[in-house]
Design a protein around this ligand. Structure first.
Ligand SMILES: C[S@@+](CC[C@H](N)C(=O)[O-])C[C@H]1O[C@@H](n2cnc3c(N)ncnc32)[C@H](O)[C@@H]1O
Length: 202
């Protein structure tokens, strides 16, 4: 069975496959989220974005990831930083919303499930978002073929701008289509094509 490269890094406290700095877009729009709001981090990995918000004083941060090792590492990091994050192992295709959120964010994850699943997830997340709530969704597109490190897992690459259609009834605060060079411990440099959307429920 193919194991994605990030699993090793989730088992090793001395490395981080995706860095420890929070995502720039989260920082850019953070002023729009209230610290008491409910946050959901989908495919959180070892949790750099959730840890960032919890560290700023956000008290209601929830995060899940398919990888049990990611969640174990996130729990360890949260304890070491004296932060509280409600994190659990979860497949996003099986997730059942039982509350509303003010911020739902997903960085670099949705393309790892088939398109019908990530679209369905976004629609459910939209209906479980409070008025004025925000979504930040970043996923890879088929503008470039999947790089070898993720090709076996990237079963749901989006068409360029496709994600925008899902938010046509929300206010789109930012949309970007871009390519970037990427590198991870033990993985040679490669390129990804990506869409990122920041949208607000009105
Ligand atoms: C590229 S990492 C991004 C991690 C984190 N969002 C970040 O920005 O550092 C992608 C993550 O998606 C998770 N993932 C893949 N398929 C998933 C699924 N079906 N449900 C939940 N998480 C999933 C992987 O375990 C991995 O941690």
């Amino acid at each position: 069975m193919n194991i994605p490269f990030w699993e090793d890094s989730y088992k090793d406290d001395s490395v981080s496959a995706f860095g420890i700095k929070p995502n720039d877009t989260l920082k850019e729009f953070q002023h729009l989220f209230d610290k008491s709001g409910s946050v959901l981090d989908v495919g959180c990995g070892d949790g750099k974005n959730s840890l960032y918000l919890a560290g700023l004083g956000y008290t209601n941060v929830e995060a899940f990831d398919l990888s049990e090792n990611a969640i174990k590492k996130l729990h360890k990091l949260a304890v070491s930083e004296n932060l509280h994050i409600n994190a659990w192992q979860q497949d996003l295709t099986q997730f059942v919303f039982n509350k509303n959120y003010d911020l739902v964010m997903s960085f670099g994850t949705l393309h790892f499930v088939e398109k019908k699943y990530w679209k369905d997830f976004i629609l459910k997340a939209k209906s479980h978002t409070n008025d004025n709530g925000i979504h930040i969704m970043q996923l890879f597109t088929n503008v470039l073929p999947a790089s070898p490190d993720i090709a076996p897992f990237a079963v749901g690459l989006a068409d360029d701008e496709e994600i925008k259609e899902l938010y046509s009834d929300w206010e789109i605060l930012q949309f970007k289509s871009y390519t970037f060079e990427d590198e991870h411990p033990g993985v040679p440099k490669h390129y990804h094509a990506s869409n990122k959307i920041v949208a607000q429920k009105k």
